[in-house]
Design a binder for this molecule. Sequence first.
Ligand code: NI
Length: 135
Amino acid sequence: MVYVTRREVFSASHRLYNDTLTAEENISLYDKCANSYGHGHNFILEVVVCGEIEQKSGYVIDLKILKKIIQDIIIKKVDHHHLNYEVDFLKDIIPTAENICIAFWKELYHKIPVGKLYSVKLFETENNYVEYRGE
Ligand code: NI
């Protein structure tokens, strides 16, 4: 089994706020991340596909194809958008890195033409990232 990674970057804003809690509870939970207009990040997304190497091409998956899938399904919809309000598949979730990562996985999982989606990693800052492997 070989693991192939494509990295993409996008800029987006989000606000962490749980509507079932009071304003005070939200500030206590999310601090300045609950501020009303939200804030931005330069997110880094890493998508890992695993599989066997195809004899003819020597590829697990052609990275040009993987790049186009990630661009079409994720990046075009999130880049320079507000994740709370402007992305159909993120409606009704609190857009923490954890929840965004799982939503990206669900969008991508059945769209990988060869091999298998192995992991989705989302870096929110230089120091913080989350990873989901569908478990
Ligand atoms: Ni944030």
